[in-house]
Design a binder for this molecule. Structure first.
Ligand SMILES: Nc1ncnc2c1ncn2[C@@H]1O[C@H](COP(=O)(O)OP(=O)(O)OP(=O)(O)O)[C@@H](O)[C@H]1O
Ligand code: NI
Length: 326
């Protein structure tokens, strides 16, 4: 049975200007099956949004370039498909919630009008059915249908985010990419929106990519997790591999240590020391070695390979095929 929906193989993406070449994505591979949710986790600048924009083929024109690799969505090769076909895929089969969702709402249109616009683009409905669909979408995200005549400023941040999610789902996409969908919200509202996304995923069987800085955020929602550092996936696996597995990449351990704790008041955040490397001048060997507490001599010169143990993959010299990965 092939229920593979998206597969990315050895993808390399750069941003090229006259002054510099930013190596944003450096050889990532991943797969998502139908109905599955993948979390992509990493610090700022890791290449998460670039990966999402590559799937949508919305990299900034003339600057952002896929220089190698394949992106296959169902049977379509995203890297070579025509712009006309891509336009149809975007919005009809794949939709994306952008990193700054609050700005994706138009202040002068009602919530209902804005959801209606999305539906109109993709579905041929008469006025009455269109209104029904708008109401259905609002209720799906937990907003009473009668609020469709209100304007964005009458909604709280969390409610606006629900509207943005309703718009993204209005075309019944097979894949929803959510780029930091809750970062702008406070912690309680964040949890509510995530719970809702979790429910939607069960109900609609939509595949999802959930992008976040915070390993804690994806734990309840994701089937699989990919951890990105300097444009590479340095560890990936099922949620169980990542949250219960014994062995981890030192960077993943650092991310775990920096999850804010709600329960332990005295717990101090221990963010990973140092900064993400300059993407125009990446370190040799393992890209994490300058920050790695476990750095060995060979990490400075030799690129680590993926060490695979079933579904769990770690790119680190600490492990080899005998002792990985748990
Ligand atoms: N239009 C652009 N031109 C040049 N460099 C860019 C452009 N967009 C992104 N970059 C660079 O590419 C790298 C990857 O950026 P990307 O936005 O994919 O990271 P991210 O993981 O999504 O980070 P964040 O968590 O901050 O959103 C960064 O070094 C970033 O500065
Ligand atoms: Ni981003």
């Amino acid at each position: 049975m092939s229920d593979k929906l998206l597969s990315i193989k050895d993808l390399y993406v750069i941003y090229e200007t006259d002054e510099e070449t930013v190596k944003a994505v450096n050889g990532i591979s991943l797969e998502i099956n139908k109905g599955e949710t993948l979390g992509i986790v990493g610090e700022t600048g890791a290449g998460k949004t670039t990966t999402a924009l590559s799937i949508m083929r919305l990299l900034p024109k003339d600057i952002g370039k896929i220089i190698d690799g394949r992106i296959k969505f169902d049977e379509v090769d995203i890297t070579t498909v025509t712009e006309a076909d891509m336009r149809q895929i975007r919005g009809e089969r794949i939709s994306m919630i952008f990193q700054d969702p609050m700005t994706s709402l138009n202040p002068v249109l009602t919530i209902g009008e804005q959801i209606g616009e999305v539906i109109e683009l993709h579905k041929n409905l008469n006025k009455e059915n269109m209104q029904k669909k708008v109401e259905e979408m609002l209720e799906l995200v937990g907003i009473p249908a009668q609020r469709k005549n209100e304007y964005p400023h009458q909604f709280s941040g969390g409610m606006k985010q629900r509207v943005v999610i309703a718009m993204a789902l209005a075309c019944d996409p097979e894949l929803l990419i959510a780029d930091e969908p809750t970062t702008a919200l406070d912690v309680t509202i964040q949890a509510q929106v995530l719970d809702m996304m979790d429910e939607l995923k069960q109900k609609l069987n939509t595949s999802m990519i959930l992008i976040t800085h915070d390993l804690g955020v994806v734990s309840q929602t994701c089937d699989k997790v990919a951890i990105m550092y300097a444009g590479e996936i340095i560890e990936s696996g099922t949620a169980e591999d990542i949250y219960e597995g014994e062995n981890h990449h030192p960077y993943t351990i650092g991310l775990f240590d920096s999850i804010p704790s709600l329960t332990k008041e005295t717990a101090r955040l221990s963010p990973i020391e140092g900064l993400m490397p300059d993407p125009t001048d990446l370190p040799t060997g393992c890209k994490f070695h300058p920050r790695c507490p476990k750095c060995m001599e060979k990490c400075k010169t030799e690129k680590p390979k993926d060490i695979v143990n079933g579904t769990h993959i770690i790119k680190c010299h600490l492990y080899n095929s005998q002792n990985c990965c748990g």
